[in-house]
Design a binder for this molecule. Structure first.
Ligand code: AMP
Length: 192
C-alpha cells in the first residue's frame, strides 16, 4: 500500500508516519528529512536549499521530485508513505507518473485536519522544548518562518485536498486528538 500524509506543518505527519513504519513495515519518504540531511552533509544541493528552508519557502519541484524518484528505486517493503510530499500540483502529477512507471498505485491520501492556532502553538512548543533540552532547534521553527510555511501550505499545498478528493483517494482524519486516537483513526480509514 502506498499512501500520502497531507496536512499543514505541525499536523503530526512525521509522528504518524513513523508509527505506520513500525506497524506496517512501510518506508517513510519525508522530503523535509531528506533536504535536512542534504543540508547537514554540506552537499551542493544542501547549500542551495538551506536558506530557502530556513525562510519557510518551498524548494523547487525539480529538486524534491528528483529525491523521490531516487527513493522509489529502492526497497518498498510494505509500501511507501509520502510525508511532506507532494506539496504542489506539479509534484502530485509527477508522483502519479512515477508510480505508474513502476506499476504502482496510490492507495490513499490521508488528510490530517487541525486548526491553525494549534499548529502555531505545537511548533513553537516543539522549538522551546528542544532548546530547553539542549537539542538542535529547526531553523524554520520560529514565528516568522512559520507564518511563511503556513502561507505556502494554503497557497500551494491545500489545493491538493480538492485534487485528491476529486480522484476519490482522499480520507480526512481529525488530527487534533491524542497521538493514539489519530493513529487508530488512520488505521480505520486505511482498512475500513
Ligand atoms: P518539513 O520537514 O516537511 O516541514 O519540510 C521542511 C521544509 O523543507 C519546507 O518548509 C520546505 O522548505 C522544504 N520541503 C520539504 N518538502 C518539500 C516539498 N515536497 N516541496 C518543496 N519544499 C519542500
Amino acid at each position: 500500500m502506498n499512501l500520502i500524509l497531507l496536512g499543514p506543518p505541525g499536523a503530526g505527519k512525521g509522528t504518524q508516519a513513523s508509527m505506520l513504519v513500525q506497524e506496517r513495515d512501510m518506508i517513510q519518504l519525508s522530503t523535509g528529512d531528506m533536504l535536512r540531511a542534504a543540508k547537514e552533509s554540506g552537499s551542493e544541493m544542501g547549500k542551495i536549499v538551506a536558506d530557502v528552508m530556513a525562510r519557510g519557502d518551498l524548494v523547487t519541484d525539480e529538486i524534491v521530485i528528483g529525491l523521490i524518484r531516487e527513493k522509489l528505486e529502492g526497497d518498498k517493503k510494505g509500501g511507501f508513505i509520502f510525508d511532506g510530499f507532494p506539496r504542489t500540483l506539479a509534484q502530485a502529477d509527477a508522483l502519479g507518473a512515477l508510480l505508474a512507471e513502476k506499476g504502482e498505485t496510490l492507495d490513499a491520501v490521508i488528510e490530517l485536519q487541525v486548526n491553525d492556532d494549534v499548529l502555531v502553538e505545537r511548533i513553537l512548543n516543539r522549538a522551546k522544548e528542544a532548546a530547553a533540552a539542549g537539542q538542535p532547534v529547526r531553523a524554520d521553527d520560529n514565528e516568522e518562518s512559520l507564518k511563511i510555511r503556513l502561507m505556502e501550505y494554503y497557497k500551494k499545498t491545500s489545493p491538493l485536498i480538492g485534487y485528491y478528493y476529486a480522484k476519490g483517494d482522499l480520507k480526512s482524519v481529525d488530527g487534533l486528538g491524542e497521538i493514539d486516537t489519530v493513529k487508530a483513526d488512520i488505521s480505520a480509514a486505511l482498512d475500513g
